[in-house]
Design a protein around this ligand. Sequence first.
Ligand code: NAP
Length: 300
Amino acid sequence: MPENFSLGLVGHPLEHSLSPRIHAAALQAAGLKGEYQLYPVPPLPGGTKALNELFVRMQKGTLNGLNVTIPHKQAVLSWLEHLTPAAKAIGAVNTISLKSEQLAGDNTDAPGFLADLNRLGWSVLRDGNLHALVLGAGGSARAVVYALARSGWNISVAARRLEAAEELVTAIRASAERTRPIRGREPLIALQLDRQSLARLTPVPSLIINATPLGMHPFEDTSPWPEGLSFPSHAAIYDLVYNPPETKFMKDAKRAGLRTANGLGMLIEQAALSFEIWTGCTARRDSMLTAVNAAWAGNI
Ligand code: NAP
């Protein structure tokens, strides 16, 4: 184990990232020395040299772990020598470590989401209607769909570009069906994110997940839920957005009597799982959450 952990996050832009504070808290709580730095690297091809340099540092052991965020979650795949089954199926990596001298990629968004959903323990999800509606078809939607599919959920993926939803469904279908066949209706379907398509959706979803940036700064006044469409009466809402802590989507759903949660729990879980991959030590989720709340109280 290194005496001093050198960890970091590569992406662009990174100014508002909470990760340095979250990981500093985890290091301290685990009694480990180290640092977590931000590496702002522009999209490829401009960022190629900078990414190369970071991976050389990882191979030399002067950098012990990297998180990856937009716009590099897919781009880093070509550098990696080993991928976990989750990273391979999702087609995106958010955690890089060195395993047996090889650069290894993992995706902790998927188990992070699932862990937070289980933590919430919503009763509405225990009545056997495992039908989720995922809004959006980008990188995080892929992780969420992969996690739910492996847990036996039927999933509808709605995106403003139908072809993006179809592509996601095709990509996840093979891996999910291999691991856990789902009986009944077609377990994974794609649809257009619009009022007509969502109004016709059967069975009624018990879980609706926002995996678009709508509701997040600077889109605070927007919601992915189509205007004028009523919410299913017995559904729970999970918004991957965590800043602001209550999005317009969450507020509207709450007003309609639905349970809601933001993505802060997932943010903490995915970070904790990355930390455990790099250090082999248990991550203290409570300390990590306290660090986020302290940062928000100071209005970072
Ligand atoms: P992404 O890969 O860029 O995907 C965004 C998705 O949202 C795409 O399907 C995109 O459609 C869609 N979208 C964007 N603007 C839209 C609009 N105006 N109307 C309808 N759909 C729209 O982003 P991502 O990485 O999946 O992240 C999505 C959100 O999740 C972000 O807010 C991010 O901060 C959050 N997130 C949270 C966590 C967590 O731990 N809580 C983890 C990961 C991500 P197009 O392809 O057509 O543009």
